[in-house]
Design a protein around this ligand. Structure first.
Ligand SMILES: *Cc1c(COP(=O)(O)O)cnc(C)c1O
Length: 390
């Protein structure tokens, strides 16, 4: 067909040779997916990942990342979402509607409280917070209208480790699905499906990205019925992900375990050093005996990653600890974790948790990939400065 220059700028006859292969997945940018014929378009169901329908429902790159994440978790189906929090919102909205009851651990990732309190206030659900260490006593909390139990292991600020298996066993008996935030263990150090979890959430923003430079979440399931339910909400709400971000996560996956293990080793060295400091009253790290649920961590987990908290001796005030954090050089101040940069973040615990008992200031550390000796030296100069104030 004869083409004018203007049309030639849009439609080219060139076709790249088939059979190209590289080590990393190709990046396809698409909202519109082209079909060969109307018949093919009509025959393609968006739920069927054996083909392509529309950018929202996937490209070769997103399908591949979903398959790899499902394999790492020991699941079958995976959905990508634009953030971990978006994935949590989608999971909750898929299972809980007006008139239903939702059980959330009291140490759940903070923004989730804002989400479910809002759904409770404006959308007619009830949310009840349970003690993260409820264990098999979960059986007594389940109501006839309970539609979802959320689990996070451990809490990402206070680090209590729940007995996921005991919670799931109680839930199974009463046919309530359990969803778990498995971000802390990165899909590596804890296997939720083996403990009876139905839906696994990963904030890929953390270790899977590893760069502190993008947001993404994943929901992973084993059963088709849960996958379809989540996929329907996903289609209705339209929370798509960027192909470039998918590429970044795919590329980082090869080093996920090496990085996670390196974070873990450094964090334990640093936590051991901190446990011996007079300024620190308690180390809240699941691999340390002071941490609530330590025995459960030992039984169920194979690693710990790079994030933990410390409680200062009560003599140190909030403004003193804040000022010490301002004096740190390698530890930067910022939210999130799982990246190569070490971060320090003080939390106002009575504000975050009404039932919080400790009086010392809580400081959460993301131990990055810097040399541990340098991180210790940084904290040491911070403590030196703190002592000089007292
Ligand atoms: C960061 C985080 C999330 C949310 O992930 P975003 O991608 O930042 O929305 C969820 N759960 C836990 C435990 C997290 O640390």
């Amino acid at each position: 067909m004869e083409k004018s220059l203007q049309t030639a700028l849009i439609h080219s006859d060139y076709q790249a040779p088939a059979g190209f292969r590289g080590c990393q997945p190709a990046v396809y940018h698409a909202s519109t997916v082209l079909f060969d014929s109307v018949e093919q378009m009509r025959a393609q169901n968006w739920l069927d990942k054996g083909g392509y329908t529309y950018g929202l429902h996937g490209t070769p790159g997103s399908f591949e990342l979903e398959a790899r994440l499902a394999e790492i978790e020991g699941g079958k189906h995976c959905l990508l979402l634009p953030s971990g929090l978006a994935a949590i919102a989608l999971a909750v909205m898929s299972f809980v509607k007006s008139g239903d009851d939702l059980l959330m651990p009291d140490n759940v990732y903070g923004p989730v409280k804002s989400l479910v309190n809002w759904l409770s206030r404006d959308y007619g659900i009830t949310t009840r917070y349970y003690d993260a260490q409820v264990g098999s006593a979960m059986a007594d909390l389940i109501l006839p209208n309970t539609r979802l139990i959320w689990v996070e292991a451990p809490g990402s600020v206070s680090f209590e480790v729940p007995d996921v298996g005991a919670i799931c066993a109680a839930a199974k008996k009463q046919h309530v699905p359990v969803a778990m935030d498995n971000t802390w263990a990165a899909g590596l150090a804890f296997k939720p499906f083996a403990h009876g979890v139905d839906i696994v959430l990963q904030a890929l923003t953390k270790y899977q990205s590893g760069g502190s430079d993008l947001l993404m979440g994943a929901l992973i399931t084993r059963e088709q019925k849960w996958a379809d339910r989540l996929a329907l909400t996903h289609m209705r709400i339209g929370m798509g992900v960027s192909s470039d971000d998918v590429y970044q996560v795919s590329r980082s996956l090869a080093t996920l375990k090496l990085r996670f293990d390196a974070h873990d080793k450094s964090a334990r060295e640093l936590a051991t050093w901190l446990a011996g400091r007079p300024e620190i009253a308690t180390v809240l790290h699941p691999a340390f005996p002071d941490c609530p649920g330590h025995a459960i961590w030992k039984r169920d987990f194979t690693g710990a990653g790079g994030i933990f908290s410390v409680l200062f001796d009560e003599v140190y005030t909030e403004s003193q600890v804040d000022a010490m954090v301002n004096h740190l050089k390698l530890f930067k101040i910022g939210y999130s974790w799982g990246g190569s940069h070490s971060l320090a973040l003080p939390f106002r615990m009575p504000e975050a948790r009404q039932e919080w008992q400790h009086r010392g200031q809580l400081l959460r550390l993301n131990v990055g990939l810097e040399a541990v000796a340098d991180l210790i030296a940084d904290l040491e100069q911070g403590f030196g400065w703190l002592q000089a104030q007292g």
